[in-house]
Design a binder for this molecule. Structure first.
Ligand SMILES: *Cc1c(COP(=O)(O)O)cnc(C)c1O
Length: 359
């Protein structure tokens, strides 16, 4: 028997969401972000479905090389850039573009002798304070890159927003202003917008937008829902009821026995747990769909199983379908119940979950 836990990936929904990006940023080229195994959906699967993207972005050099080995010829951007001369040589060899976010990378570029020139995206820190060149150093860094014989003449300028997911935060506008005033004297294409900025800050779209989470049909906004943004969920995580048991009022359920039956009641056991990537932090009351109807999670999440309250579904039967998130049950809502964000839930679905494609 194959395991019941399965993630269905809706390829048409991926393409639909890419179309939403194009409608939102009509004059920008689109660099689809497919890091972390395509946000848990399978990087190569996502790259194939989104092959009309103008470029792909990944975080790790292994991800970039995997794309090249699989035959993808689109531009590929390495968001963290290179960390030593060997990596730099590999990037040049495979025509992979790199973010430069630090002086040491410019030093490496100046010292290297490469088989071909490399395309560079210079990342400016406008307030996120994670990666990026300080505002005061931009002009000098840009000049050094322009003068470097290993670098392709057209250099793209980029920055990343720290708070674009929050509708009530003014810091995105501040970052945007800093970026614009710093690059005033420089003639170069620019890239600023992640999903949240694509949907909310038209003035940030520039030459290249960098959508990630919205491609997967998830709202980038705090307390947001995909449907409000016209996005379609791509991943549906589902499994089956493998047992229905009847317990007495007062019986303690599962590890720790912290949940007590308030009534004599039917309890369903669904074959999914934190070993599959369902969050252990999901609180009692987190919704699960049984045959399309919401029932609450009860007791603690185990490695392989969860329990649900079936009092409202007396006709539920062993073998019935249970949806944990996706179609009919927003992953945004489950993330909130588990005190995390949808990005993390999608990325951490584990290898033992079977992935199937829906066309
Ligand atoms: C991950 C990432 C993105 C995509 O962000 P979303 O919020 O998923 O749209 C864009 N740019 C950079 C630099 C990133 O690291």
């Amino acid at each position: 028997m194959t395991r019941a836990a399965e993630a269905s990936i809706d390829l048409q929904a991926l393409q639909y969401n890419l179309q939403r990006v194009r409608e939102s940023a009509k004059n920008s080229r689109v660099i689809s972000v497919i890091k972390a195994n395509g946000y848990g959906h399978g990087m190569l699967r996502v790259a194939s479905a989104l092959s009309s993207s103008d470029a792909f972005a990944v975080a790790k050099i292994e991800e970039a090389l995997t794309l090249r080995q699989a035959g993808f010829t689109q531009p590929v951007l390495l968001l963290e850039g290179f960390t030593d001369a060997d990596e730099l040589a590999l990037l040049a060899q495979h025509a992979i573009e790199a973010v430069v976010h630090h002086q040491y990378q410019i030093d490496l570029l100046e010292k290297a002798s490469l088989p071909s020139k490399i395309k560079i995206w210079l990342k400016i820190d406008t307030g996120m304070h994670r990666l990026g060149i300080d505002l005061d150093d931009v002009t000098v860094s840009f000049k050094r890159l322009q003068d470097c014989e290993n670098v392709v003449a057209e250099i793209t300028l980029m920055t990343h927003f720290a708070n674009a997911d929050d509708h009530n935060d003014s810091r995105t506008s501040t970052q945007l202003k800093r970026f614009n005033s710093t690059i005033q004297e420089i003639d170069a294409p620019c890239s600023l917008a992640n999903s949240a900025a694509i949907l909310k800050y038209d003035e940030s779209h520039a030459e290249w937008v960098r959508p990630g989470i919205m491609l997967y049909g998830v709202s980038p906004f705090i307390k947001g829902l995909a449907a409000e943004e016209g996005l379609k969920p791509v991943m549906t995580l589902h499994s089956k009821l493998i047992a229905i048991n009847h317990y007495k009022k007062g019986n303690a359920l599962g590890y720790g026995g912290s949940w007590h039956c308030p009534d004599d009641m039917p309890v369903g056991v669904v074959a999914i747990g934190y070993g599959d990537g369902y969050p252990r932090a999901a609180r009692a009351g987190t919704p699960v769909l049984i045959n399309g109807q919401r029932v609450p999670l009860i007791g603690r999440v185990s490695m392989d199983m969860i329990c649900v309250d079936l009092r409202s579904q007396p006709s539920a039967a062993i073998g019935d379908r249970a949806v944990l998130w996706g179609e009919g049950l927003p992953v945004e809502e489950i993330a909130e119940c588990a005190h995390t964000i949808p990005y993390e839930l999608l990325c951490r679905v584990t290898e033992r979950v079977r992935i199937t494609e829906v066309e």
